[in-house]
Design a protein around this ligand. Structure first.
Ligand code: PLP
Length: 385
């Protein structure tokens, strides 16, 4: 089976992890800060906090921004559930904004309309999670202008987008948001097995997230309520978690970062080749906004169902039967049973639901070969034509 995504691990990566295993620290050593510094420098952020998943990063980001009971978090329905669940973890309510039919990202015009309504009803969001679906950045300039006008905070869920650019600058530099999140799950662009990161230019947000990542415990005398009892002393000054990344993961992250730009460039080569090979087929290929250089975590096609004889499901199943590990990103979150219990229902976000009825993620990862890519296309042609 050709998977839709997979990690790219070299001997250098393996050696880096083995070196850590033979070193003094398996956790809480020098590698995590090194990895953080490496990513922060690369993308141009002041602070980077490595954690054990992007889900954890989203959670502490929301808490650091003060999200709590009675607040609203808004995001796109076309995302992994974690982008919305982080609001529920904090006891807030969650709502969605429909997608732009061209980029599949949260639509800034739909956002503005919903904000105007919410303003009248006194239910403006406190936090918006803008998800860069497939690696293509959202229209961050428009979103940031709305954030200033309506007074909400912005988290960029860039789980798909490390190495990508918005307006020629690396995603993660925080120009248009408060906090950016990356994921390092193996299907993503670089991996630490499990792992994530929260980046910000705000000293106070970084300090709060650092505290929350490790039990709410500090060893910094300036933060303590009274003088230390002795050199062993620490204080718990907040309710935090154990969301720490290990040294093994961070070592892998450091060596993976060496190849980040190469990985993204290869993904672009593959995407251009898909674009050409798919020409003339009854599918819509991913549209790229001229302001964006996508991280290209995913390559999603949409079937033109009015031009083909089989159903979306039949095309998907037939590709899987032929050894093509296609996938679907994502089932709109508001249609999940857990969210339907909150009152969401099919029909609430029509663009997202239309996307879901047509989308298929084709294999996209840096070690995908041209012959594998040809097999994907020939299978697709056999089904569609
Ligand atoms: C958009 C998005 N946000 C968040 C996550 C959660 O990432 P992690 O698996 O690192 O917790 C994912 C993972 O697939 C994702 O795709």
């Amino acid at each position: 089976m050709i998977p839709y995504g997979r990690q790219d691990i070299t001997q250098t990566d393996i050696d880096a992890v083995v070196n850590v295993l033979q070193s003094d620290f398996l956790t809480q050593g020098p590698m995590v800060p090194r990895f953080e510094q490496r990513v922060a420098e690369h993308v141009g952020a002041k602070h980077a906090l490595a954690v054990n998943s992007a889900t954890s990063a989203l959670h502490i980001a929301c808490l650091a921004l003060g999200l709590g009971a009675g607040d609203w978090l808004w995001t796109t329905p076309v995302t992994f559930v974690a982008s919305a669940n982080c609001g529920l973890y904090c006891g807030s309510k969650v709502d969605f904004v429909d997608i732009d039919p061209r980029t599949y990202n949260l639509c800034p015009q739909a956002l503005e309309r919903k904000l105007l309504q919410a303003e009248q009803q006194g239910r403006l969001p406190k936090v918006l999670v803008a998800v860069h679906l497939c690696g293509q950045p959202c229209d961050m300039q428009a979103i940031s202008a709305l954030a200033q006008r309506f007074g909400f905070k912005v988290i960029e869920d860039a789980s798909h987008a490390i190495g990508g650019k918005y307006q020629s600058e690396f995603i993660g530099n925080g120009r248009y948001s408060d906090i950016t999140i990356f994921s390092f799950h193996p299907v993503k662009i670089i991996t630490t097995a499990e792992g994530g990161m929260a980046l910000t230019n705000d000293d106070a947000l970084a300090a709060r997230m650092a505290l929350l990542r490790s039990h709410g415990i500090t060893r910094d005398p300036r933060l303590m309520t009274h003088e230390a009892d002795g050199p062993w002393y620490y204080q718990q000054i907040d309710l935090g978690f154990n969301y720490r990344m290990t040294e093994l993961q961070a070592a892998l992250g450091v060596t993976q970062m060496e190849r980040l730009d190469q990985f993204v460039a290869r993904r672009h080569e593959l995407a251009r080749r898909y674009d050409q090979l798919l020409e003339g087929l009854p599918v819509t290929i991913p549209w790229q906004h001229p302001d964006s250089y996508s991280g290209l975590h995913l390559y999603v096609i949409r079937l033109r169902l009015d031009q083909i004889k089989c159903s979306h499901r039949e095309v998907f199943e037939s590709l899987r039967e032929q050894g093509i590990g296609v996938n679907l990103h994502y089932i709109p979150v508001h249609t999940q049973p857990y969210y339907q219990q909150m009152g969401f229902k099919a029909g609430d976000f029509p663009e997202a639901e239309c996307y879901y009825s047509e989308a298929i993620s084709l294999p996209m990862f840096q070690t995908l070969t041209e012959s594998q890519q040809d097999k994907v296309i020939s299978s697709l042609k056999g089904i569609l034509l």
